[in-house]
Design a protein around this ligand. Structure first.
Ligand code: DX5
Ligand code: ZN
Length: 233
């Protein structure tokens, strides 16, 4: 059994990485929940830069996943890991403080969810975290273009949110390329869903620089191989 607390030192904010360096976010949705900290630590040791925590409320998306208690356990076990929380919930406002207390470094919520996006971003910043705004596959970039100044990260979903293991939607790529022309290099653009060794290069070429991966990583015997391929190939 690995001592999960002996994880390597990670960087806990996007500003600690060089701008535009491609980052790999290991989505723990496909990890082994029975040995979550060890599995997450293996992903970090294999080269993942951050842990992506997919939070689903069974209402915004047709699935239930994890909440602040699990995030807090993961933070206790891996205190230096950057926890990137992706809220797929109808009412993000009620979860900002609980995830901040649970050790989240970053929170992304959806433009399609309830609430005033600029106010939610301000609350996330006041809690000491960076903020991201996400769009579903059917949402155009114009839905967030007036809000870009409030966010450190833009998340373009490349599958319909709710489940790992779906096929990459190519329609995400022109959205990423367009958003990249609108924001400085310091703003991260994340793709989430169906990212693997064969789709990652197109994501990076379009201007994406945070690649989320669940099944292509946790579904393999050696996590370092897909991570290297997604970062470099
Ligand atoms: C989907 C989640 C993703 C998911 C990605 O709603 O937001 O983070 O875990 O899974 P893969 O990489 O298997 O498509
Ligand atoms: Zn996600």
């Amino acid at each position: 059994m690995v001592d999960a607390r002996a994880a390597p030192m990670q960087r806990q904010s996007f500003s600690a990485f060089s701008p535009r360096d491609p980052l790999i976010a290991a989505s723990i949705l496909s990890a082994d929940f029975a040995r979550l900290a060890d599995d997450a630590k293996c992903a970090l040791l294999a080269g993942a830069d951050l842990l992506h925590v997919d939070v689903m409320d069974g209402h915004f998306v047709p699935n239930l996943s994890m909440g602040p208690a699990l995030c807090a356990c993961l933070h206790r076990a891996l205190p230096t890991a950057m926890l990137d929380v992706h809220l797929m919930v109808t009412d993000p406002a009620q979860y900002l403080e609980p995830f901040a207390r649970a050790g989240a470094s970053h929170i992304t919520f959806h433009i399609e969810a309830n609430g005033n996006a600029a106010e939610l971003a301000a609350r996330i910043h006041a809690l000491g975290m960076s903020a991201g705004i996400a769009i579903k596959p059917d949402t155009p970039t114009s839905a967030i273009e007036h809000l870009l100044a409030h966010f450190e990260l833009l998340l373009v979903m490349s599958v319909h949110p709710g489940f790992s293991g779906q096929k990459f939607l190519e329609s995400a790529l022109p959205k990423v390329a367009h958003l990249r022309t609108l924001v400085p290099d310091a703003v991260r653009i994340q793709l989430d869903g169906g990212v693997n060794a064969s789709t990652a290069k197109r994501c990076r070429d379009a201007g994406g620089d945070v690649l989320v991966s669940a099944s292509a990583l946790f579904g393999t015997p050696d996590y370092s191989l897909p991570i290297r391929q997604m970062r470099l190939d």
